[in-house]
Design a protein around this ligand. Structure first.
Ligand code: SF4
Length: 626
């Protein structure tokens, strides 16, 4: 008898075998089987979500069409003993790019979904009234959400804990804040007090369906795994490695621990790219934060990483405000990017953004762009900004603008369209100052002029944000040379093209990336859970299949090479700092072309060649690129 790994019809371990389908138009819930072939081919998370989106959302369906799908999928490791395995992917056609969006949130939701017997949720249709979905043992119900309207994500979670009678952390609530209710184009889905699926307006899609949130109680079902003892052993080894990784960087100061290093490299976004110098970088980094923060440890599902904390800062202009320790992106977006020099002010703004549930990356670029436009006289306070006296390093006026955007009130209405569309709305040269990709979304919170791997990845990726890279470039256990010169366009694009797939494999497992920093250990864990036998090259290939499936969806929905471009400001030559005169604008066309070539795509159109798809066993996708 062939080994489990060879048996196509055998369900891999880690899979519950059921999907929930929520039809909001009909207000019905059905349970559908997830077949072994699909689970083996697309795993879960982003891979499974992309498959379902490709199959169910044809060309012509726009992001706010009831026929669009919002797919929330855990992965085979979610809910197991693997540390930090509470992650899910949200996959949809998103409003920022009107192409695919795939974005992850950690926390508890993915684990609890599995413990109730489900691998994912497919949301379709549009409700005639505001609803929320409640999942618990023996309970699958759509309920009125009228009483939750106008609440932010923390308030919504608190209200449902009380209403449904659960203790904190026994119920995971992920949904939209005011921004999603008002269809802010860059609205996010957030839950578990600060865990955010941020990109490509997934919260606007949820809002367009009149679904306020999904509440899932901790369940009792065991996730079936192939080799339980082996899984425990490898899961512990994977976590221990992640804990010690890079001198315990995450445990020492969270993801903002490297903020000063980014400043040195010219990779910290400062005042909307008008400079790369931020003298206050040490006062804004993660190590400083921990010295001035009085909080308690609030980790995700089964995670012992000393990463997340909830509490208040003991110093600064917003001393005493209670919130969650921001990630690096929160400090970057509401610190240097908007000229804020007080860490407690950045902490406060970041928490407000998570509560309204907006993508704080886009919000930071938007506010910084507004401030520069005011400074240059392109935007007038009275004429354009409802009289708001906006200034760099002034958190109160920025918070008021963020509130207006989240409610689409006054000038907040056109600003709620995000950086690219707001700049086009203003005209008068405002577009030249705006940082965005021509697909429609802004990048993560770095100055990518000092980080060309992510500049390229952001523009050519299929998810609306980075697809191949993430922070430190991952080359572990793969025959891929790391980047030798970060300003060599051929070296950078060769690397991004060769490594692409690694991260999409990760995002299909249902586990936090921070808890999985070694591919070989990750695969020992994955193989023990699923009974499959992946090598590092198998994982890379699987990820590349997912990348090409996402690209097929995007091609079918109108993607062209013309929009895989940075805005002029995004790729402008830095005038100071660690990337001074690196001239990314000259390197850009070389990088893009070489990336397409490395991926096995047409160098002009960026569409995969038939032989590339055949090599990946994806012949079925060839017509999507015709
Ligand atoms: S490392 Fe941080 S984000 Fe990841 S699971 Fe642990 S606490 Fe959550």
């Amino acid at each position: 008898m062939p080994h489990l790994a060879e048996q196509e019809s055998v369900m891999p371990g880690g899979i519950m075998g059921h999907m929930l389908r929520i039809d909001l138009t009909a207000e019905t819930i059905s349970v559908e089987p997830l077949d072994a072939e699909t689970a083996r081919m697309w795993l879960g998370g982003t891979g499974l979500g992309a498959r379902l989106l490709y199959d169910e959302v044809p060309a012509g369906v726009e992001w706010d069409d009831p026929e669009n799908r919002l797919i929330i999928a855990a992965g085979p490791l979610a809910g197991t003993k693997v540390h930090g395995a509470g992650t899910y992917s949200a996959v949809t056609k998103g409003p920022m790019t009107n192409l695919l969006g795939a974005t992850q949130a950690n926390g508890f939701f993915g684990a609890y979904l599995k413990q109730n017997g489900y691998d994912g949720i497919i949301v379709q249709g549009r409700a005639r009234r505001w609803l929320y979905l409640f999942i618990a043992e023996g309970v699958l119900e759509l309920r009125s959400a009228d009483h939750l309207l106008g609440k932010d994500t923390w308030e919504t979670e608190g209200a449902l804990l009380e209403e449904l009678g659960y203790k904190f952390r026994m119920l995971s609530v992920h949904g939209i804040g005011q921004a999603g209710e008002h269809l802010v184009r860059f609205a996010a889905i957030a839950g578990d007090q600060g865990h955010v699926a941020a990109h490509n307006g997934v919260g606007a899609v949820m809002g367009s369906k009149q679904l306020k949130c999904i509440a899932v109680a901790r369940g009792k079902q065991q996730v079936p795994v192939a080799h339980p003892e082996r899984l425990t052993e490898y899961a512990d080894a994977l976590f221990e490695h992640a804990y010690e990784f890079r001198d315990r960087w995450l445990a020492r100061g969270g993801t903002a621990v490297g903020l000063s290093d980014l400043h040195k490299l010219g990779s910290l976004p400062v005042r909307n790219y008008t400079t790369s110098i931020y003298p206050e970088h040490e006062a804004m980094n993660g190590l400083t934060f921990r010295e001035h923060f009085d909080g308690k440890h609030t980790p995700c599902w089964a995670c012992r990483m000393n990463h997340l904390h909830t509490g208040c800062m003991t110093e600064g202009r917003k001393k005493g405000y209670v919130g969650e320790e921001p990630e690096y992106e929160g400090f970057a977006a509401f610190g240097p990017q908007v000229g804020i020099t007080d860490q407690s002010a950045a902490f406060w703004l970041s928490n407000l953004a998570d509560r309204y549930a907006v993508d704080l990356n886009e919000a930071g670029w938007l506010l910084g762009w507004v401030l520069e436009c005011v400074e240059r006289g392109i935007l007038d306070r009275e004429r354009d900004l409802d009289g708001l006296d906006l200034k760099w390093d002034d958190e109160d006026s920025l918070a008021e603008l963020l509130r207006k955007i989240s409610l689409r009130e006054g000038c907040g209405d056109w600003l709620a369209e995000g950086v690219m569309r707001a700049a086009q709305h203003v005209g008068r040269g405002a577009e030249a100052l705006a940082v965005f990709t021509k697909k429609g979304a802004s990048p993560r919170g770095h100055d990518h002029r000092g980080r060309w791997t992510e500049l390229l990845d952001t523009c050519v990726g299929n998810t609306s944000t980075i697809e191949a890279t993430a922070g430190a470039d991952p080359v572990d256990n793969l025959p891929v040379e790391p980047v030798k010169n970060r300003f060599d366009p051929i070296d950078v694009s060769r690397f991004v093209g060769q490594i692409n797939g690694r991260r999409q494999f990760d995002d299909s497992l249902g586990v936090c990336r921070f808890d999985s920093q070694d591919l070989l250990l990750e695969l020992h864990t994955f193989n023990a859970a699923t009974g499959l036998s992946y090598s590092p090259l198998d994982a890379l290939r699987k990820g590349r299949q997912i990348v090409h499936l996402m690209r097929a969806f995007n091609a079918r929905h109108g993607l062209t090479a013309e929009v895989e471009e940075p805005s002029p400001r995004y790729v402008s030559n830095p005038q100071d700092g660690g990337a001074l005169d690196s001239h990314p604008e000259q390197a850009w066309p070389i990088m893009k072309r070489n990336y397409y070539r490395t991926m096995g795509w047409d160098e002009d159109t960026g569409m995969p060649l038939p032989e590339t798809l055949r090599e990946l066993d994806l012949e079925e996708l060839i017509p999507a690129f015709a």
